[in-house]
Design a protein around this ligand. Structure first.
Ligand SMILES: Cc1cc2nc3c(=O)[nH]c(=O)nc-3n(C[C@H](O)[C@H](O)[C@H](O)COP(=O)(O)OP(=O)(O)OC[C@H]3O[C@@H](n4cnc5c(N)ncnc54)[C@H](O)[C@@H]3O)c2cc1C
Ligand code: FES
Length: 277
């Protein structure tokens, strides 16, 4: 059993848990994830390791309450326990001094990209973080990202910020003004696809943390398969981070969103909107 040491609600339906998991904390690297099973009858869901404390032996997860398992998880409080937390899984992001790096985040990615941004900063990169939320009320993660970013741009769907609307226009303007060596994106699938389309004409290397449906997380079930440069890869063992220009986005989005409207009408609306772009 994995005890919840701390619970914090970051925004409506977005929760942050610090969990007692010393073995995972010892080995976690930026970009890796865990597979969580809330109780002995529960489904297995993948969640990014949003932080860790090797001395205390804890890891942090940040999750969006979207369906059955995340609702069950959200019902827990500090002191409760989770049945299984398996990890760290997936390949860590290769960190080096690339130079000028932009991190484009939305959804849970606003919090879960933190270890990558911190490692990039520690490796000597100049980091610009662009964070997007639908509104001022649903914005989270900007303070912690700001600690490790040279510059932070906040984009909201409402007019509460200098940048409003979607993330693509501010990103395009930034790429026109400055030369970037790398763009990293961790956001809903449709947003990452559009980030990759935005960066393509600028010929800047772009990597994306993919979130296909996963079951075992160890390369055995084939559920998380994605096509990268025409070759089938399993996101759980070959990723989850891949070159965004080589991802077969349409196939990924079709598989990822097949059942989204059945579990959450809100997600159906989002998927309808992506189809319009
Ligand atoms: C590598 C990886 C890291 C992730 N990290 C995070 C994170 O840090 N925080 C976060 O909030 N979410 C993260 N996700 C997405 C998260 O796994 C899903 O939101 C979660 O599984 C939904 O489960 P549910 O039972 O609550 O929802 P459901 O009712 O099952 O489904 C709601 C939505 O979640 C999707 N989904 C369902 N099961 C899975 C699954 N096993 N794998 C992927 N998507 C699924 C469905 O397509 C649907 O759109 C990550 C996914 C991957 C693949
Ligand atoms: S989740 Fe089963 S192969 Fe990746």
């Amino acid at each position: 059993m994995y005890r919840i040491l701390l619970r914090e609600d970051l925004a409506p339906n977005i929760h942050r848990f610090k969990i007692d998991a010393p073995t995972i904390a010892r080995k976690a690297e930026p970009g890796q994830f865990v597979i969580v099973r809330v109780d002995d009858k529960g489904e297995r869901i993948p969640l990014t390791i949003a932080d860790w404390d090797r001395d205390v032996g804890s890891i942090t997860i940040v999750f969006n309450q979207v369906g059955k398992t995340t609702n069950k998880l959200a019902a827990l409080k500090a002191g409760d326990s989770i049945e299984n937390v398996a990890g760290p899984l997936g390949l860590p992001v290769a960190i080096e001094n690339f130079g000028n790096v932009a991190c484009v985040v939305g959804g849970y990615g606003a919090a879960t990209i933190l270890p990558i941004v911190r490692a990039l900063k520690e490796a000597g990169n100049i980091v610009t973080s662009i964070i997007r939320a639908p509104s001022k009320e649903t914005l989270f993660g900007e303070a912690r990202l700001g600690e490790y970013s040279d510059k932070i741009m906040v984009v909201t769907g409402d007019t509460s910020n200098e940048y409003h609307g979607f993330v693509f226009e501010p990103l395009r303007e930034l790429l026109k003004k400055e030369k970037f060596d790398l763009v990293i994106t961790m956001a809903p699938t449709c947003v990452m696809r559009l980030v990759s389309l935005t960066t393509k004409p600028f010929k800047v290397k772009t990597i994306a943390s993919l979130n296909p449906i996963m079951v075992d997380g160890t390369g055995m079930c084939g559920c998380c398969r994605v096509i990268i440069d025409g070759v089938t890869k399993f996101a759980c063992v070959d990723g989850p981070v891949f070159d965004a220009q080589e991802v077969a986005w349409d196939m990924l989005m079709t598989r990822r969103c097949t059942y989204s409207g059945e579990t959450s009408p809100e997600l159906r609306y989002q998927c309808y909107k992506c189809a319009q772009w």
